[in-house]
Each structure stands twice: as C-alpha cells, then as structure tokens.
Design a protein around this ligand. Structure first.
Ligand SMILES: [Zn+2]
Length: 304
C-alpha cells in the first residue's frame, strides 16, 4: 500500500502584495479612514455598499455620486465562528454577518461581536466599533456591536404595609397555626385569606370560618430564578385550594422534587414551631404532599 504523496507549500509576498484600489474602492477606503461609511449610487438609483465600479445587476458603470450611509445597520444573515483562527478579526467567538447599513441597498460582510449565537436575530441593529488609529482599510472597523437595548438597574424599595382589619384577623389566625376565611352570607362562598366584602356579589362578609390546613394544588409554576423567600432553585409556587375554601391561596410547595408536583396533588401546611411564629405568612414554611390519592379537580368546587 503506497502512501499519498503530499507536498507542503507556502505562498507569501514578503512585505505584502500591493494593488491599486481604483477610484471607487479608493474613495470608500479613504472615507473609512475618516470614519465615514459611503456607498456609490448606480444609474438605477441603488446605493451599493461596499461600492463597486459596475452595477452587478446591469453591468453599467456606477455614477460618481457617493452617499454617506450608516453608521448603524441591520443584520440580515450570519455564520457563527465558535473557534476563531489566527488572522480572524477577533480572538473570541463571533459572527460573520451580512449587515445592511442604513441608506444602503446592499449588505457588507463584517465581524459582529454579539457574545453568543443566541443573541443573534435577523433585523438586529448594530453599529461599528472603530479602531483608535485608522489607516484606510476595512479593519479600521474592528467589528460591529449590537445596539444597546437593555441595561441592568439595581432596584430596591423598602416599604411598610399596614394590614386592614381583615388581613389582621387572617394573620392572627396564621400566628396561631390556623387559616381564617370569611363566608359570604349571600352566596356562601368562603374566601381565604379572610376578606370583608364578597368580590362576587358585593355583600359585606361578617362570618369568620376556620378552614383546614390541607388542600389541593390547582395550578403551579416551577421557578428557576432565585427568590429570597424560597429555599433554593428550582422551587415550586402553587395555588392551593384549602379544604373548605372556595378560593385558592398562593404558597410554596416543598418536601417533594419539583418535577413531581402536579395538579390535584394533596398537600398540607408545614408550620414553623410555635415559638418562632409572628404575624406573617412566614409561619407557613411551605405545603408538602400528604400522600393521599390525588383529588379530582373538577370535584373541588373550582377556584373563583
Ligand atoms: Zn357573595
């Protein structure tokens, strides 16, 4: 078996290969050195960027009218470069992008420093990032960068809430390890937390009722963003319809892997020890499964 014959060659012009630009490309590069982007207008009125000497559609010479374009533009297409090579304009992953500068009818290819391929989308707005020293070469633009479309602003508000009479009654109940609701005399609906007027019929609610600390998950969400009120991510927040109530209450679900939580799951409140209780919902650590068979949600009376 014979080996393949291979010869390695290097093609290099020591000192570089000098070519003349011609008037059209020369104008483009001269303007580039002055940090301006120009295109040339064709006889048909289109603006070619980068400029060409002949209209590629008709073969006609272009006009001598140069039009300033950009500097912002719109991404039309791209190819992601996950492993840049020597000679690439950036030493980190980037995209080769087709960018149509504002005012141009054609697109130019340039490097786009978008950080991640997930950040790219057609129509993305970008702007050139110029090198400190320009020489009249396409690399005077180091790359294009996405326009700034978002910022992270620290947000913090401290405020005090004064509970009304109804919420106070509810929180007093929670301090004592029980859930207090109110029953509407007109439509018999039981609202938990306790409230003083019926949202369904408008009646004043005067009857307090205690409901169970067991219930049924009606809807839930698996949360992957940390929250200071939750133990760890992922955590599950859920609406639980307490037994004896007609409205569900939002709470955390714990003591069970997030992916096992389901609609109809039977759960029970886990209370913090009595000596740690305050007038707040932190008295309920979370709800955890009771182990009972799932409830038929249609028979729970439905959430209002
Ligand atoms: Zn009512």
């Amino acid at each position: 078996m014979s080996e393949d014959l291979v010869a390695t060659h290097v093609l290099e012009f020591p000192g570089g290969y000098t070519r003349t630009t011609g008037p059209v490309i020369g104008r483009f590069l001269t303007e580039l050195r002055d940090r301006r982007l120009v295109g040339v207008r064709t006889a048909g009125g289109r603006v070619l960027v980068p400029p060409l000497e002949y209209d590629p559609d008709t073969g006609e010479p272009v006009t001598e009218e140069y039009v300033e374009v950009g500097p912002a533009g719109t991404v039309q297409a791209w190819a992601w470069v996950g492993s840049p090579r020597p000679g690439h304009p950036l030493d980190r992953p980037f995209a080769w992008a087709l960018i149509r500068l504002d005012g141009a009818d054609t697109a130019l290819v340039h490097a786009l420093d978008a950080g991640s391929p997930k950040a790219l989308r057609p129509g993305m707005r970008v702007r050139p990032c110029w090198r400190a020293a320009t020489t009249g070469h396409i690399t005077d633009i180091e790359c294009f960068l996405p326009e700034v479309t978002s910022l992270v602003a620290p947000v913090r508000a401290e405020y005090r809430v004064t509970p009304g009479r109804a919420l106070t009654r509810f929180l007093e109940g929670v301090r004592d390890g029980r859930f207090v609701g109110g029953r509407c005399a007109e439509c018999a609906a039981v609202y938990v937390p306790y409230r003083e007027s019926c949202p369904a019929c408008g009646s004043v609610i005067e009857e307090e009722v205690e409901v169970a600390d067991t219930g049924t998950v009606t809807t839930f969400a698996i949360n992957n963003l940390p929250d200071p009120r939750a133990p760890e991510v992922p955590f599950v927040s859920a609406y639980v319809l307490l037994d004896g109530a007609d409205t569900p209450m939002i709470t955390l679900i714990g003591g069970v892997p997030a992916h096992e939580v389901r609609q109809g799951m039977r759960v029970r409140a886990v209370w913090v020890p009595p000596e740690e209780r305050t007038l707040s919902m932190t008295n309920v650590k979370w709800f955890e499964p009771t182990g009972e068979p799932d409830a038929d949600l249609d028979s729970t009376g439905g959430a209002r």
